[in-house]
Structure formats: C-alpha cells, structure tokens
Design a protein around this ligand. Structure first.
Ligand SMILES: Cc1cc2nc3c(=O)[nH]c(=O)nc-3n(C[C@H](O)[C@H](O)[C@H](O)COP(=O)(O)OP(=O)(O)OC[C@H]3O[C@@H](n4cnc5c(N)ncnc54)[C@H](O)[C@@H]3O)c2cc1C
Length: 532
C-alpha cells in the first residue's frame, strides 16, 4: 500500500471526487487504482470562503513499485507506515505480578499492556468504579457536595473521564503507540472515526462505557482491580521498593510498581517526598476558563460554512507573549461544552472543561492561562507549586461564596478592573453556580496583567473574543503537574529501584493520549525487567 497525503477537495465534494483526485495525483488510469481507504481527514479553514477537506489515503495500485519510483523524493507519496503494535515480551510462568497505582489513562494502558503480555497486573485506585464516581461527581455539580476521594480527579478512568476526550497531542511517536491507544479505544466502544479524524474526540458519556469495557478486558486476562484503596505509604529499603501500604491497612508486597497517580494526588506527592523519592518542581500554568457562545467561534472560524456537519463545532488555539515576559495561551479548549467543577480538596475551587461527543452545548469554553515556573514563582521547595495551587484555589473558594460556587466576571468588567454585578448576553455553564465578583483577587497580579493584555490581542484574531459579555470563571490551576518524579532511561525512579513514575502526575505526559502512550512505554519497561 502507498500513502498519499495532502489530497485537498472543496467541502461538500461528491464522494467520487476523492478517487478521481487520487488518479489525477498519480497520473494513472482509473483501472490501476485497485482500492483506497481514508487514513486521515482534516479541514483547512484558513480561507473561509473556500474551506477544504484534506485527506491522507492508503491506496492499492496495480503497479506500486513503478509509482513509488516515479514519485521518489515526494513527501506526499510514500509507503504506508507499519503501525501495528508488537509486544516486547511475554510473562514467564512465575513472573511476579506488577502493581499499577492509578486507573487513569496512563494506569489503564499500563495495566492493559501488562495484562495482554500475561502479567496479571494488580491495579489500585483511591477512587471508585466509574458509575459510582459519576454519582459523586454530580453530587458536587448539582448539590455542591465534594467527595475528596471520588470526583473529577480521582476514580476509574482518571481525570480525563469527565472531559471533551480530545485525543491528540504533539508527542513524538515513532512506534505509533498512539495508534495502539486509539485502536484499543475503538475496541472498547469509541467511534471508529477517531482513527482517521485529525482532531479526534470522544466526549464524556462514551468514555464512561469505554473504561468499563477495558476493565472487563483486563480482568478477563487475569488482571485485578482494588477500588477505594489509596496508597498511603511506600516500603523502601536499600534504595529498592518492597511494597505498598494501602488505606485499609493492607500491605501489598511488590517489586515493580507503575506510579500513575495524576497531577492532583498531592498527599501522595508529599509521602513520596518524605520517603526520599527524587522529586523536582516543574513549570505549569494558572488562569481562568473563558466562555463565548459557540456560534461566535463557528462564525469566526468557518464564516458562512459555520454549522456545516463536516466541520462540527469550531475549536481554536491562541497564544500571546506579553510585555511583562509572561505567555498567555488557550488550554484544553472544549467546543460546545461546559465548564466543570474539578476540585478534589475541601474548601478549594478549580475549573476545567468538558464536552459530550456531540459538542452541541450552547457555549464554547477554554482555559486561558499564564505560564509560571519554579524559579520565578515558587522557588525553594520541590512541592512549592502545590502550595501555590492550594492558595489560589482557596482564594477562589472564598471569592465564590465558600459553597463551591466559582467566582466569575464579565470580560468587560475584568478589562475595566471592576467587579461584575450582572450577567450580559453570555450565561456561564459552571455548576453548582457562578458568583459574580472581581477575579483579580484570585490570581497573582502578573497573571491578571497578562490576561488583560492578551484579551484584546485575541479579540483581533477571533472577532468578539474580548466581547464585554464573554464570561470568565476561575480558577484554572490543574493545567499539568506541578512536580516531576524523576526517572532514568529505564523508566525507573532515579533513586528507588522498582518504582516507575509515569503519566501526567509524574511530569511525563499532558493529556489523555500522551498519558496512555507513556503508560505503554512504562509497562514495557516493567515487563522487560520482570523477564530479564
Ligand atoms: C475536566 C478535565 C478535562 C480534561 N479534558 C481533556 C481532554 O479533552 N483531552 C485530553 O487529552 N486531556 C484532558 N484532560 C487531561 C487528562 O485528563 C489528563 O492528562 C490524564 O487523565 C492524565 O492521565 P494519568 O493517567 O496520568 O492521570 P489521571 O488521569 O489523573 O489518573 C490518576 C489516577 O490515580 C489515582 N490515584 C492518585 N493517587 C493515588 C493513590 N495514592 N493511591 C491510589 N490511586 C491513586 C486517581 O484516583 C486517578 O484515578 C482533562 C482533565 C480534566 C480534569
């Protein structure tokens, strides 16, 4: 098979236009095209008056070698890559059972790969199974009741379960491990088009059934889950991990542990630090979530094609370098979604965003965040970033009325440095509710200054982005992990053998896809060590 890329056709092109474009591109007879499949589909909306669909296709030809020779050096005509996943080893009869801490995307894929290799992993999570967890999460959203161990951050599926389920990342992936992730997601019930869409997404309700299906697969291969079992301590002797202490008092003997705890397991970061595990502070970002009617974004991005079924709800990505040396950028943009309460600790308020697969809710939302780093903003201790996050989340809790409502402000009032007292045309979607106030009390001055500078700049890129009635809700503090649990080339902790830091919490991933890919890599390292 050959892969042809950059085949461009006008939106609304008839189906037969694609094979015709392939034949024309290769300069072959129609009869020489034996077959083709779409490998990737994207849209190019840079010219709103002439939006294009851009395809990569895998083609079967009568004389592939001749075509390849004729197009030698052409980056858009090349052999179809071999994306098939191959296991690095298989378990031996008495291989010890590895343990995976965390059932988020990273832990889930580490567990799946280890189970598929026959290692019967034990997966431990402090939270609950996904349907129970959903009830608790809605308890916060509907009744303002936070369950510290069962919420948007903790429980089956991890942080990404209540999300837009965007499945793309910028990671280098020479072994196409991302393809393995997407293929397993489709096996578990994801829509097949995630394998071909340039910017695939799944949406929350589908993610729920998928993690359940993957659990059944792992259990059918001999894997085991332990829910509501927070790992409270690590038994380390002679620089080697001996086992884990669980919340229920059990001791789980273990020589190989995947530590996939996510970016919000602050108590565990403290325990690891106290046990001398090498941890360093890491840059992350803080800010707010901003909302606009999705129709404004669709019109800005797609012009008269706004609402076209092949385009769906428009997304955007913005960034600006400010005169105060800070960068402001859009983070985890959720088209046709809602802002969600993502807190996991009592007395703290945190925002994030989610969408359903249909992306048909009224507003578009995105994090609008400012980059911070240990040197400038939280020097002096590896865990100082956590202390900063907690302080901002507490300020937001108080500014929101100390009942898990979130502080909110109209963009017009924010730019004019005055508190909001009434809503305009945009209704905020955060539940249990938004308390109108002045967000400048919830973030450091440099961040407020940077946001005030960036908004009009973004308003010139996306008309009405800085509309006075656009809404801001705060605070967005869990953009990525504030720490890195350092590991060596063998994926083991720098100073504790047998401990394999992985995923977003350990500072090696950001997002569902990259966390899952990191889970596969770490599982392979564990498997090779267990069979060495
Ligand atoms: C609301 C929201 C929306 C998001 N939307 C997207 C999106 O659309 N696309 C995208 O790519 N990314 C999104 N993200 C980010 C994405 O969810 C994370 O990057 C990803 O989940 C990280 O995976 P992980 O497995 O490393 O950690 P996590 O998913 O955070 O999982 C960690 C797991 O470890 C468990 N755990 C923690 N400590 C312990 C302990 N001591 N003992 C036992 N278990 C423990 C937790 O309960 C949790 O289940 C979103 C995040 C949030 C919060």
């Amino acid at each position: 098979m050959l892969r042809l890329s950059e085949i461009k056709l006008p939106i609304d092109h008839p189906a037969e236009a694609l094979p015709a474009a392939i034949v024309e591109r290769l300069g072959i007879d129609k009869a020489d095209l034996l077959g083709f499949t779409i490998a990737r589909r994207a849209n190019d909306a840079r010219r709103k008056s002439a939006i294009l669909m851009v395809y990569s296709v895998d083609v079967e030809l009568a004389d592939e070698a001749a075509i390849l020779a004729r197009f030698a050096g052409d980056p858009h005509v090349r052999p179809t890559p071999d994306t098939e996943y191959r296991f690095v080893t298989q378990a031996q009869p008495h291989s010890p059972r590895p343990v995976v801490i965390g059932a988020g995307p990273c832990g889930l894929f580490a567990g799946l790969i280890l189970a598929q290799m026959g290692f019967r992993p034990i997966i431990v999570d402090r939270g609950k199974v996904v349907r129970e967890r959903t009830k608790d999460t809605w308890g916060l959203w509907r009744r303002g009741v936070l369950h510290p161990e069962s919420n948007v951050q903790f429980g089956e599926g991890g942080a990404g379960t209540f999300s837009d389920g965007k499945l793309y990342s910028q990671i280098k992936d020479p072994r196409f491990l991302g393809r393995k992730v997407l293929t397993e997601f489709v096996k578990a019930g994801a829509p097949p088009e995630i394998l071909t869409e340039a910017h695939p997404h799944i949406g929350t309700f589908r993610l729920v059934t998928m993690v359940e299906s993957m659990r059944e697969t792992i259990q059918s291969l001999g894997g085991e889950y332990r829910w509501q079992q927070r790992v409270t301590d690590f038994e380390i002797a002679g620089g080697k991990l001996r086992g884990l202490h669980l919340e229920n008092g059990d001791f789980l003997e273990a020589s190989h542990v995947v530590l996939a705890i996510g970016h919000s397991s602050r108590d565990t970061f403290h325990t690891l630090h106290d046990r001398g595990v090498h941890i360093e502070a890491k840059p992350f970002s803080i800010g707010v979530r901003i909302e606009h009617p999705q129709s404004w974004i669709d019109r800005a991005r797609f012009g008269q094609c706004a609402g076209h079924p092949d385009l769906g709800a428009a997304a955007y990505s913005l960034s600006h370098h400010c005169s105060n040396g800070r960068s402001v950028y859009s983070f985890c943009m959720c088209p046709g979604g809602r802002v969600v309460a993502a807190a996991s600790e009592p007395g703290r308020v945190v925002t994030n965003g989610m969408s359903q697969y249909s992306r048909q809710e009224f507003n578009a939302n995105s994090g609008l965040v400012v980059g911070i780093d240990p040197e400038r903003d939280y020097p002096g201790h590896p865990l100082a970033g956590i202390a900063l996050q907690r302080r901002l989340e507490e300020q937001a809790f108080v500014a929101g009325g100390s009942n898990y409502e979130a502080p909110g402000q109209r963009v017009g009032d924010f730019l004019a440095a005055r508190p909001s007292t009434a809503l305009g045309a945009v209704t905020p979607s955060y539940k249990p509710g938004v308390h109108l106030t002045d967000l400048s009390s919830c973030l450091p001055d440099f961040a407020i200054e940077a946001l005030r500078e960036a908004l009009p700049v973004f308003g010139r890129q996306i008309p009405r982005y800085d509309d006075p009635d656009a809404m801001m809700t705060g605070v967005e503090t869990r953009t990525s992990s504030p720490v890195r649990i350092t590991r060596g080339r063998d994926f083991q902790s720098l100073n504790v053998a047998g401990l394999y830091p992985a995923g977003e919490g350990a500072g090696y991933a950001g997002g569902i896809l990259s966390a899952a890919v990191d889970g596969i890599k770490v599982a392979e390292a564990v498997a090779l060590s267990l069979t060495a």
